[in-house]
Design a protein around this ligand. Structure first.
Ligand code: ADP
Ligand code: MG
Length: 692
């Protein structure tokens, strides 16, 4: 008899076309993919907890005899059922119930319940527990394993998912092969389980498994999978890089006259890091495959100057350059800089954005197609179907974290001309530690600018508790007297955008009242992009002196007159995010200040994080500390790690495993089939990434 092969979802018992479609929506294409749908928490239904041992907050199975069931009318019609087991009592509370339910819960019967215990008005209770009335003498089986709970399963019930996963786990043909090189399978000195054991453990943990450890994500079985998932991402990005190096690009060399004239006219000397980055870019541009380089450096370190030199090298070699920013406002800022710097050198700078009128747009299209436009600055509009470049040789992308790997690749495609792909230079102001960068940006070469231009002032940072808000308002009044401008940021801290909005709105009302002589603006996430742009522009122009914002204030927008940044709920934010916000001030020549408002009392972790902000202005130090100081369960900005969709890995928790991941990746370099197998296991959209 031949073994069933289980190659397609419908080969599984109980799966028809309809369920298969639902599973595909969860990213499950093949039976083996089910193994990688991992639980995000567990329930313990393996043992009965005596009522006397229950604690508030605990989820537990209990079994006891009904002493009394009654319907109470205290405000709301409620059914209360008191049960006891000789060690203690518990109340079951129901707000919705039928007559039949009430009759079924008769005095003297035994029930088994599962639910969350909480403190009620008369001792411990469970609200709407799952329950079953046991027949006389019935001894119902308990579960043998902890019960896994899977993330959103849209139309696929938990029980169904569990039984499908059990089917796959018990079919020997589907045991995933373990490719992780020996020696890389320990963490913290402990031997990690093999891939299959780890998977089996996480889907069916034994009753004595350490729930707290599992909840922290640091169980050896989880860490084994984390390493593998990070490895999968690393490998897929490395593969992209390898593909890029197999593509053709026109070398952009020959003429550095423009570059020299530009640098001579700058009026300042380049920093060593700027010079080094420029040299790296120049080197890349001489090659006949596309440059894929990221320039990483704090706000104000001078990345745009590096980009301008790159543009001039390309133009000097007879190419066009596209400069793309994620928002219209940022794009305008680049347009102004590039025009100011390049036009005096005889280089034409064109502007292309979605808001151009049809006639203007046609004109720009013609200049691009005819080659009269040398440097074209704009938003996504730069890569619309209708745009045809005469000779695009270089694409410069600002603020990389807004664009994903996908966009990076598709840009390259859209810019393709025949066999040739444009070179790419990406700029980001999000400093990340080296180990992280090696995996997050495994498809890019990275240049780092750490050195700030000389004489750059540092932003003074203070932390104050929220009962000192009045003092902060006084400080704003002082700043306004000398024509300075002020940001007040109310970050998203609740899951609900509505609450977030309320926060910002009430702050706006408070400041409008407290500062009758100032114009106070408001900008928040519910506004349309062009409305946000309009408010930002009014603030930049000084029509508004105070700007209340949720975290949407545009990264990179330059308002040199802004000297005071107030950030609410600072204790709940990630350091990287605080640093980004702080970078909005200190851009002119006046001394700037950042005030971090926190709710007392501060946890130890929060205190340390705020101290880091007070002690340093260096984005790379902040980023490193951010990784070190993340406390369990604290609400933190996801921004930095939002670049990748992960199933088990969490870069902020698991970054310490990255050196091992990089080692493993290096060892798999010569085993492309194994690398592909690992990628395919973890990254469902692997094809979408790789389809260059
Ligand atoms: P970034 O894009 O990294 O935020 P910019 O390139 O916009 O930084 O530079 C910020 C400001 O510093 C600009 O006004 C720029 O002209 C100036 N600048 C850049 N490099 C230097 C330097 N080496 N010395 C002095 N000023 C510089
Ligand atoms: Mg910039």
């Amino acid at each position: 008899m031949s073994k069933p092969t289980l190659s397609s979802l419908t080969d599984l018992r109980g799966v028809g076309p309809a369920l298969a479609t639902k599973l595909q929506r969860l990213g499950v294409e093949r039976p083996v993919d089910l193994l990688f749908v991992l639980p995000f928490r567990y329930e313990d239904r393996t043992r009965i907890v005596p009522l006397g041992a229950l604690l508030p907050g605990q989820r537990a199975v209990v079994e006891a005899e009904i002493e009394l069931t009654e319907v109470a009318f205290r405000g709301r019609r409620t059914m209360l059922c008191r049960i006891a087991d000789g060690t203690g009592q518990l109340t079951l509370r129901f707000f919705y119930f039928s007559r039949a339910q009430q009759q079924g819960l008769a005095r003297g019967k035994r029930v088994r319940c599962y639910g969350e215990v909480r403190k009620g008005s008369a001792g411990l209770e469970m609200v709407h527990p799952e329950y079953r009335v046991l027949r006389a003498g019935e001894n119902d089986q308990l579960d043998e394993h902890l019960t896994p709970i899977y993330p959103t399963t849209e139309g696929v019930q938990q029980g169904r998912l569990r039984s499908l996963i059990a089917q796959v786990l018990s079919s020997p043909a589907l045991i995933p092969e373990d490719y992780l090189p020996a020696g890389l399978t320990t963490a913290d000195g402990a031997e990690l389980p093999g891939l299959h054991d780890a998977i089996r453990y996480l889907h069916t943990p034994p009753p004595d498994a350490n729930l707290a450890e599992l909840a922290s994500g640091k169980h050896p079985a989880q860490q084994r999978l984390v390493i593998e998932e990070l490895l999968a991402h690393h490998l897929s990005l490395s593969k992209l890089r390898a593909r890029a190096s197999g593509l053709r690009a026109r070398p952009l060399t020959g003429n550095d006259t423009l570059e020299r004239r530009f640098i001579d006219g700058l009026g300042f000397t380049l920093t060593g890091d700027q010079q080094a980055s420029i040299d790296e870019v120049r080197g890349d541009l001489t090659l006949s495959h596309p440059m894929m380089r990221l320039v990483q450096g704090d706000v104000g370190c001078g990345k745009t100057v590096v980009a301008a030199v790159a543009a001039l090298l390309a133009v000097g070699a007879g190419s066009q350059v596209a400069v793309m920013a994620p928002t219209e406002l940022l794009a305008e800022q680049h347009r102004d800089n590039f025009a100011r710097w390049l036009q005096p050198l005889g280089v034409s700078v064109a502007w292309l954005s979605g808001s151009l009128k049809a006639a203007q747009r046609r004109e720009v299209y013609a200049a691009i197609a005819g080659g009269e436009a040398n440097v074209i600055v704009g938003t996504h509009a730069l890569f619309q179907e209708a745009v045809e470049y005469a000779q695009l040789g270089l694409v410069i992308v600002d603020e990389q974290h807004r664009f994903g790997v996908h966009q990076r690749m598709s840009l390259m495609e859209k810019g393709a001309a025949g066999d040739y792909r444009p070179h790419q230079l990406v700029m980001t102001a999000t400093p990340i530690p080296r180990t992280l960068a090696m995996t997050l940006y495994a498809d890019l070469d990275v240049s780092v600018i750490r050195e700030m231009p000389p004489g750059r002032q540092t932003v003074k940072t203070a932390a104050v508790s929220d009962n000192r808000r009045a003092e902060v308002v006084t400080r704003i009044r002082e700043a306004l007297k000398s024509e300075q401008r002020v940001y007040w940021v109310c970050p998203l801290i609740e899951e609900s955008e509505a609450l977030d909005f309320q926060d910002a709105e009430s702050t706006h009302a408070m400041l409008t009242e407290a500062l009758p002589d100032a114009a106070v603006g408001l900008i928040h996430g519910r506004m349309k992009a062009n409305e946000k742009d309009r408010v930002m522009k009014r603030f930049a122009a000084g029509e508004l002196q105070v700007l209340v914002a949720t975290t949407v204030i545009e990264v990179g927008v330059d308002v040199p007159e802004a000297t005071l940044m107030v950030i609410e709920n600072a204790e709940r934010m990630g350091l990287a995010q605080l640093h980004q916000l702080r970078g909005r001030v200190g851009r002119g020549d006046q001394q700037s200040t950042c005030v971090l408002i926190y709710k007392a009392p501060l946890s130890n972790h929060a205190r340390q994080r705020l101290d880091v902000m007070r002690e340093t202005n260096d984005g790379f130090i902040v980023a490193q500390k951010d990784l070190e100081l993340r406390g369990p369960g604290e609400v933190l900005g996801k921004r930095q790690t939002g670049l990748m969709q992960m199933r088990v890995a969490d870069l902020s928790r698991d970054a310490w495993l990255l050196p091992r991941v990089q080692e493993a990746a290096a060892m798999l370099e010569h085993s492309p089939e194994q690398a592909d197998a690992i990628i395919a296991r973890w990254i469902v959209a692997a094809d979408a990434y790789g389809n260059v």
